[in-house]
Design a protein around this ligand. Structure first.
Ligand SMILES: *Cc1c(COP(=O)(O)O)cnc(C)c1O
Length: 384
């Protein structure tokens, strides 16, 4: 069956994956090898050296590319290494317009690494995509979008960003870590590059750190592969195997994350100690209509603040939670909670943080795939 005709669940299990040509093994083997014997000079089976190409990674790259409705995939040692690759396509003097409430590590990479090499960043609230155009000038090369945003769950209209990128001949890259290709496929909405921290939902089991890029355009793909091979920030075959295994249940997991997310978000909203709840599935979320248009469902990521907005209260709640473990990261089968101000977003200056709405009492939940009644029970006891 042609991969393009497959529905998502079939693609998750089959796309890009073929029985091992040597043995018929149905699961792609972990090709734990650095090099490949050549029959004669230049006469090889498509693999020369594992930084350049490795069969396990190659299968994963094809699988992720198919899920994103792209043509080319590239996997890296982490999500940040994938972003690093995109930024290395730029030259000194180039400018980037980026989402303002950005994953903390991305912000740090932009500010402390790439600014040093002469790239300039503008951090812009993109809930209204028209704000982007205020910052476009002759040096602008890239728009960097994260949606839903982390941790404020703002929704950015990818099609609107793509129209602006097209008009000014800019590239549009979308960090699709939170939504996953099950919920949203940015390439179909006009993005040039999709990026993933596969550490999160794609892997899905909190056992691997990995990043990925997907694109459709061959000239962009050539650049990505050139940088991937030249900088060398590739993932190992064991990690590629783990993510390939994770992807086989991606659709089932995300369905459950979404169901549980809805239950938890609605519970929090009625709790007297909770001030605001940020989740794009609420009808009165400011960009709910955009979320409905570009996403299949609303995901399992939720942030909320507490009445009184005290840092010590937030610390108390995360300390008392038992089913939700206090930890960085997200997207695994188990529920996690985090306190952005002291954890993931500590590297963002307070003024930048508060401009984006990341207040002292804000708690972020990655709702897992446990039974939601247990998750709600846990939140109840921690809040009371
Ligand atoms: C975790 C994360 C990253 C960074 O990925 P790593 O795999 O940790 O390097 C980037 N963007 C988002 C939205 C993330 O959640």
């Amino acid at each position: 069956m042609d991969e393009k005709e497959m529905k998502f669940g079939t693609k998750a299990i089959h796309a890009g994956v073929h029985p091992d040509p040597a043995t018929g093994a149905i699961m792609t083997p972990i090709y734990q090898t650095s090099t490949y014997v050549q029959e004669g000079v230049g006469n090889h089976k498509g693999f020369e050296y594992s930084r350049t190409k490795n069969p396990t990674r190659d299968t994963l790259e094809r699988s992720i590319a198919a899920l994103e409705n792209g043509k080319f995939g590239a996997c890296f040692g982490s999500g940040l290494a994938a972003i690093d690759c995109v930024l290395k396509m730029l030259e000194p003097g180039d400018e980037v317009i980026s989402t303002n409430d950005l994953y903390g590590g991305t912000y740090r990479l932009f500010k402390t690494i790439f600014e040093k090499y002469g790239i300039k960043f503008h951090f812009v609230g993109m809930a209204d995509a028209a704000n982007i155009e205020d910052h476009v000038n002759a040096n602008t090369k890239l728009i960097w979008v994260e949606t839903p945003t982390n941790p404020m769950m703002n929704i950015i209209d990818i099609s609107a960003c793509a129209a602006i990128a097209k008009k000014h001949k800019l590239k549009l890259a979308v960090d699709n870590t939170f939504a996953t290709p099950y919920l949203q496929t940015p390439l179909d909405l006009g993005a040039d590059i999709v990026m993933h921290s596969a550490t999160k939902y794609l892997g899905g089991h909190s056992d691997v750190v990995m990043g990925a890029l997907v694109c459709k355009d061959e000239s962009i793909a050539k650049e990505i592969y050139r940088i991937q091979n030249s900088s060398g920030a590739v993932c190992g075959p064991m990690d590629a195997f783990l993510v390939l295994r994770g992807i086989k249940t991606l659709h089932l997991r995300i369905q459950r994350h979404c169901e549980n997310g809805r239950e938890v978000a609605e519970f929090l909203r009625t709790h007297p100690k909770v001030d605001k709840v940020y989740w794009p599935g609420f009808k009165d979320h400011p960009n709910h209509e955009v979320a409905r248009k570009q996403m299949k469902d609303f995901g399992g990521m939720i942030s909320f603040s507490l009445v009184g907005n005290k840092l010590s209260d937030a610390h108390e709640v995360v300390r008392k939670l038992k089913v939700f473990s206090l930890a960085e990261s997200l997207g695994g089968v188990e529920s996690l909670c985090g306190h952005p101000v002291t954890m993931t977003h500590a590297s963002i200056p307070k003024e930048e943080r508060e401009k984006a709405g990341i207040v002292d009492s804000l708690i972020r939940l990655s709702v897992g795939i446990e039974d939601y009644s247990d998750l709600i029970q846990d939140l109840k006891q921690a809040l009371n």
